[in-house]
Ligand binder design. Structure first.
Ligand code: ADP
Ligand code: ADP
Ligand code: MG
Length: 543
């Protein structure tokens, strides 16, 4: 399949490919007349981590509600739902049948981590310790707090925690429950790579305890590390969704990236998402936007405060500079120094740079429609140029008339990226643009950001913890290391190969390439490849 034509090959060179379309058969569940329909269900398995890979709005939460017994699937008959026995008959002979009987009889305990942890403070009043203790059916909260580095915030009120802290607290609270079936709706938003790997490990360990884990995850490197098998979900978001039978994690992710499901003979996207196996060559054509000097910044009087040391460097026009490093290491502090919002120790820094900044946690309290908000930022709003460069790739069309306060996390993220790129500035800084976006949206956003830098001869700095997003986006890397909350060090901007090597050596993680599509995969620590690559000093690009 060449991937160019999606309907019928005009040269009859290749087989006719099925395009997703609503199936003729009855769905597993339909909310109502002309409402969303779900086909199929994922199969949780004891002792296993099962992943679901698919876009937002495709029915993942609907499937979970069915498996948790919160909704009884109506098999498409929303007027007269046939009840659990009919559902169990429908799945007769599949691995799902015994599980569904358990749900019907109320024998299955479910623990669930919600997708949007930012909403937890609204429903819980108290401190971290109280929240964790209320969930601690297994008596493991102390251990989880230690491994997830929650201890410093145990006595803090829940409504004072950052998104990254809330994410880890929510995970600890979910895993502390004594359940048969755990559902984790996105593990990684706001976590750095080290925290992502720790979270993945904790979920794996609980599966080994003979519990069933079902995980929705858009960070493919983490999903790959975590899941024993994956179900791909495809269809038309908000209209219908199909959940495939389980595939091996490797095949599921590869087919998803290729945009073609082998067993289903189904093209789910016109093009393949590809990764470069070798580092991009540094282009010598770029002009320098700004050179900045070596500098330091200490908060407070230095005792017990945080200190950041920055090596001198330059930022080029036409480039996307990826910024990687743990949370709490001084990345935002660096941005504020460049923007002149903070003064470095012992002197002024005047770069006269206008910086447009998208913070990591996108909050909105304006009661305003999306279109009104965006048109208040740029006069280009609504021009075909703005539509092509910003609105289309960020899929804003369908949400223009909604209120900012009604948007989901992923929708809010896309509006915030659009708003930042629509500003007039010398340098654009995006803090974790991938958070809450699905895989498709991450790739589209990465392309839009790259194209923006090229077409506007401008510079974009992107902080992100999704290694695939960083790979797709960046021309060069700025690597932060040190001890979070104590001291940080920022390298000078490095080429991709040196940058990835430095960053991943700090984390002690190597990547191999999938022989099929060149996708980077985390090596098992201590495996042949891991040892060899560490000896060679090649942590990411192996060619
Ligand atoms: P995902 O978890 O994959 O993002 P969901 O299962 O939450 O997707 O939603 C799938 C679709 O079903 C969405 O279009 C959503 O608006 C719709 N939907 C969810 N709950 C209901 C409901 N109670 N009634 C009607 N439609 C619903
Ligand atoms: P990152 O962006 O890498 O997550 P930050 O630059 O936000 O890190 O913060 C680095 C450290 O400095 C953190 O420990 C943070 O708590 C601390 N910090 C940030 N801003 C201030 C401030 N205004 N006063 C004191 N400490 C601060
Ligand atoms: Mg959902």
């Amino acid at each position: 399949t060449c991937g160019i034509c999606v309907e019928k090959c005009p040269f009859d060179a290749i087989e006719i490919i099925n395009l997703p379309q609503e199936l003729g058969d009855e769905p597993t569940h339909r909310y109502g007349e002309n409402s969303f329909a779900l086909y199929g269900l994922p199969i949780p398995e004891k002792g296993k981590v099962t992943g679901i890979l698919g876009p937002n709005g495709i029915g993942k939460s609907t499937a979970i509600k069915a498996l948790a017994g919160e909704i009884t699937p109506n098999l498409g008959n929303f007027d007269e739902p046939p009840g659990w026995d009919a559902v169990i008959d429908e799945f007769g002979g599949t691995e799902l049948q015994p599980f569904l009987k358990g749900v019907r009889d109320g024998d299955i305990e479910v623990a669930r981590k919600p997708q949007y942890v930012d909403q937890i403070p609204a429903s819980f009043d108290g401190n971290t310790r109280a929240l964790l203790e209320s969930a601690d059916e297994r008596g493991v909260v102390d251990e989880l707090a230690e491994r997830l580095s929650i201890e410093p915030v145990l006595d803090s009120d829940i409504d004072t925690l950052s998104g990254g802290e809330l994410q880890r607290v929510a995970l600890a609270a979910t895993l502390a429950r004594d359940a048969d079936f755990y559902f984790l709706d996105e593990l990684t938003p706001y976590l750095d790579i080290d925290q992502r790997v720790t979270a993945a490990r904790l979920v794996r360990e609980l599966a080994d305890d003979d519990r069933a884990m079902l995980v929705v995850e858009h960070d493919l490197a983490v999903l790959d590390l975590l899941a024993d098998s994956v179900h791909v979900a495809y269809g038309e978001p908000s209209a219908y969704g199909v959940i495939t039978p389980p595939k091996s994690t490797r095949n599921g992710i590869n087919e998803y990236l290729k945009g073609y499901l082998d067993n289903e003979n189904m093209r789910i996207r016109p093009e393949t998402i590809e990764f470069e196996e070798h580092a991009p060559r540094m282009s010598s054509r770029s002009e320098t936007l700004v050179e900045y000097p070596g500098m330091s910044k200490t908060y407070g009087d230095g005792d017990g405060g945080f200190t950041l040391d920055v090596e001198a460097g330059e930022i080029n026009r036409n480039e996307v500079l990826g910024i990687v490093g743990p949370n709490g290491i001084g990345k935002s502090t660096f941005a504020k120094l460049l923007a002149g919002r903070l003064t470095p120790d012992g002197g002024e820094l005047d770069l006269s740079l206008d910086i447009a900044y998208k913070p990591q946690y996108v909050e909105v309290d304006q009661h305003m429609r999306v279109d009104a908000f965006l048109s208040s930022i740029t006069d280009d709003f609504g021009t075909s140029y703005w539509e092509t460069e910003i609105a289309d790739p960020l899929q804003l069309g369908r949400i223009m008339e909604q209120n900012l306060t009604d948007l989901s996390g992923g929708e809010r993220q896309r509006v915030a990226i659009a708003a930042t790129l629509s500003r007039d500035a010398d340098l654009y800084l995006l803090d974790e643009p991938s958070a809450h976006l699905d895989v498709e949206q991450r790739v589209l956003a990465a392309r839009a950001i790259r194209r923006y830098a090229e077409n506007h001869e401008t510079s974009v700095m992107v902080i992100d913890h999704d290694i695939y997003t960083i790979d797709l986006l960046s021309d060069r890397l700025l690597v932060f290391d040190g001890e979070p909350a104590q001291h940080g060090h920022a390298s000078t901007p490095l080429g991709m190969r040196d940058g990835m090597n430095e960053f991943l050596a700090n984390l002690d993680i190597t990547f191999r390439r999938d022989e099929n599509i060149g996708r980077p995969r985390i090596n098992k620590p201590g495996s042949q490849k891991d040892k060899q690559q560490k000896r060679d000093g090649e942590y990411y690009y192996t060619q």
